[in-house]
Design a protein around this ligand. Structure first.
Ligand code: GCV
Length: 704
């Protein structure tokens, strides 16, 4: 293993630095510190690195620190094994059982400076790894984004990427090329990119990955594929990353040739126990299973008359001897035309609170529908005190313009994390629910559906790297602000020039709201192109299921627009605490961003802006499209401060985004006008295209 590791490290460093700035190096560029005074200062504190620990993760920490410092300082920084002259950075594990080690936990670290030396201390090797990256981040951002010295600890235990990668190399909802995992080449060939991926994750604290799609193929549990999974786990382990798999609940039938996959059947239980034992024989530190069951056609316990808890607990029993977890998804909804999809996960899972085994976590999407550009927080976050709930965010931009749109997602993540559930009174923010503060959850998890792929720049849109980065940083510390994360990322990735940093930061920070404005303003949701989930299709009225159409959600008619979820409508509001109901329950006081999520509003109703609903809707659509034009103009101002390849790539994508924003604007304004029957506000120039033309443009995306 050590040999393999050195070889991989060599391959990675050569691959990582092969090209100038095609985006491959992500935020780990380690270019020379441009400010000479700072470079001198850093050089004086980083003349040597002392590493006396011998385990693989500590060794990674030392090598990463060395690689980073050499780049930043422009000269070699030798690693030595004994202590410790002035100018040394020392990585040290503390003796077990002291107050300090208890305080630092498994992954925390402390950075101190004394007698001309900097020490990074931790109770366990992962802490040294995260400490090394923290020190590097400090230097990469020229000390402008946060304090270095002191104790740092993650707020969430499992900070996890969920890959929706399929066995044949495609990625469900992936917009950055093919899967990173070359299943047919594994385990014999280890693509050096695997290690680049691992180090990027480690640098932002991600410590777990689910390798395959939740719409899972059973083949990942065969011995042939477990060997491949083992090969990846071996690469990721020195970076502190555990591997998980998504499973197909019908595997006992598919692979075991049993007559049933009923979770209460003794043979099925024995099959899973044997299978889990087998998985651990390949990957001794395997993390566990992620399960999508009885959702969108995936098999699950309900086919056998059993509950989600029966299914999850059966798997949990198989994991108990090995210390693994079952992460059971709450993304379920039935095709009831009279129901409200908003309520369905709540109705299925709330009654099961308290029935799950202690090694089960229920993973809940941030909102009740499906990763829309804006959603209210999922009502389950306020309703499961006895069941550890994991957060599931989507980093890949399924509903946010794929990889042609610049949309920085930290504000979307923060909006949900900061929402108060009132589960235990005032101050019960979603973040404090999932980090265990409110209900003392013993296990805490934040997952993000990955946006990585085989594109050279990893994420398709180069600026979407910021979303991978922001997810990791927020999973480590959800108290960080979107602005700070944007500044860190910009300084590490694009430029140190302060006016350009400010401009790029502002571009990032405003981008999500701009997308909401030109696509789904005022609380509209799920009116995008059918199936592909790209572009507008508000007129969609027929689909395989009613809750896959647009009219199910916007409910436009001659009277008004929006989904009435009050007591007069579906009463979904009732799933929230009374304080939340009070915020959103009345059309006159409901904040405009959530208005049409909860209310059917007459076209003529004056809103808090002083405009009627119809006028406000038009103003938002037009403002959103104009804002994209403004983003293009602002990007131009940073031209001389960012790499030319990046500049041109982002410029092209912003132009495409502007075209798409105009499509959203014209399609939605013209379509909703067929209900409102009103002219546009006087200061807006009506679309030059007709509704029929817009329908044809959008239909093109649906053609095979
Ligand atoms: C993996 C949405 C997506 C599906 C995805 C599903 C899920 O419906 O469109 O592609 O399937 O969510 O999260 O399971």
């Amino acid at each position: 293993m050590p040999r393999l590791f050195s070889l991989l490290f060599f391959l990675f460093t050569t691959a990582f630095f092969a090209n100038a700035d095609d985006g491959y190096r992500l935020w780990l560029k380690y270019d020379l510190v441009s400010n000479p005074a700072l470079r001198k200062e850093y050089a004086s504190i980083a003349r040597f690195i002392t590493c006396s620990e011998n385990d693989p993760v500590s060794k990674t920490a030392c090598l990463e620190l060395q690689t980073g410092l050499q780049g930043l300082l422009g000269r070699p920084v030798p690693i030595q094994s004994s202590l410790s002259k002035p100018g040394t950075i020392e990585l040290l594990l503390l003796p077990k059982g002291t107050a300090d080690t208890d305080n630092l936990g498994k992954e925390g670290f402390k950075i101190q400076s004394a007698r001309g030396r900097i020490s990074i201390t931790a109770a366990q090797p992962a802490g040294l790894l995260y400490g090394a990256f923290e020190l590097l981040r400090y230097m990469q951002t020229e000390g402008k984004t946060g304090d270095l010295f002191g104790v740092h600890r993650p707020r969430i235990q499992l900070r996890m990427l969920n890959h929706w990668d399929n066995p044949l190399g495609t990625i469900e909802r992936g917009y950055a090329g093919a899967s990173l995992w070359k299943w047919y080449e594994l385990p014999e060939t280890i693509d050096p990119r695997y290690i680049d991926y691992a180090r990027a994750n480690a640098s932002i604290g991600i410590n777990a990955v689910v390798l395959n799609n939740v719409n899972a193929s059973a083949r990942f549990l065969t011995p042939e594929y477990l060997l491949k999974v083992k090969a990846l786990a071996d690469v990721f382990r020195p970076y502190g990353i555990k591997v998980f798999l998504s499973i197909n609940f019908a595997s006992p039938k598919i692979l075991g040739k049993l007559k049933t996959s009923d979770p209460l059947d003794p043979q099925v239980r024995a099959w899973w126990q044997g299978k889990v034992r087998e998985v651990y024989s390949y990957v001794p530190d395997f993390g566990g299973f992620l399960v999508k069951a009885n959702s969108e056609g995936e098999p699950g316990p309900q086919e056998h008359g059993r509950t989600h808890a029966d299914g999850a607990n059966m798997l949990a029993e198989a994991f108990r001897p090995h210390g693994g977890l079952v992460i059971w998804r709450a993304f379920v909804y039935s095709p009831d035309p009279r129901g409200d999809r908003f309520k369905e996960a709540y109705q299925e899972f709330k009654p099961l609170d308290g029935q799950f085994a202690s090694n089960v976590v229920v993973q809940v999407k941030n909102g009740p529908i499906d990763f829309q550009p804006r959603e209210p927080f999922h009502p389950l976050f306020g309703a499961m005190p006895k069941t550890p709930l994991a957060m599931e965010f989507q980093i890949t931009q399924e509903y946010l313009g794929f990889s042609t749109n610049l949309v920085y997602l930290a504000p979307l993540f923060k909006e949900c994390l900061d929402s108060d559930t009132y589960a235990r009174g005032n101050g019960s923010a979603v973040a404090r629910v999932i980090d265990g503060t409110i209900h003392d959850y013993p296990i805490t998890v934040m997952a993000g559906v990955a946006n990585t792929g085989s594109d050279r720049n990893w994420t398709g849109h180069p600026m979407s790297q910021a979303n991978w980065y922001a997810f990791g940083r927020l999973a480590w510390d959800h108290q960080l602000s979107s602005a700070r994360i944007a500044e860190e990322w910009t300084r590490m990735t694009l430029t140190q020039e302060s006016s350009a940093v400010t401009t790029i930061k502002e571009l990032l920070l405003g981008s999500r709201e701009t997308y909401v404005r030109f696509a789904t303003p005022l609380g509209l949701h799920h009116i995008m192109g059918q199936g592909i989930h790209f572009g507008p299709e508000p007129w969609l009225m027929r689909s395989a299921r009613p809750d896959w159409t647009s009219i199910y959600y916007h409910r436009a008619d001659s009277l008004g627009l929006g989904f009435d979820r009050t007591a007069q409508g579906s009463n979904a509001l009732n799933l929230y605490a009374p304080e939340v109901q009070k915020q959103w329950g009345y059309p006159d006081s409901c904040p405009l961003p959530y208005l049409l999520w909860f209310h059917h509003i007459p076209w003529d109703k004056p809103l808090s802006t002083g405009r009627t609903l119809w006028d406000e809707l038009c103003v938002q659509y037009y403002a959103g499209a104009d804002e994209v034009a403004a983003m293009q103009a602002r990007w131009k101002t940073v031209k001389s401060y960012v790499d030319p390849e990046w500049y041109a790539d982002v410029q092209g994508r912003l132009a495409a985004q502007h075209r798409e924003a105009l499509n959203w604007r014209d399609a939605c304004v013209l379509y909703f006008q067929t209900f409102s029957k009103k002219p546009l506000p006087a200061n807006l120039v009506p679309p030059k295209r007709t509704l029929e033309e817009m329908k044809r443009i959008v239909e093109i995306y649906q053609l095979r």
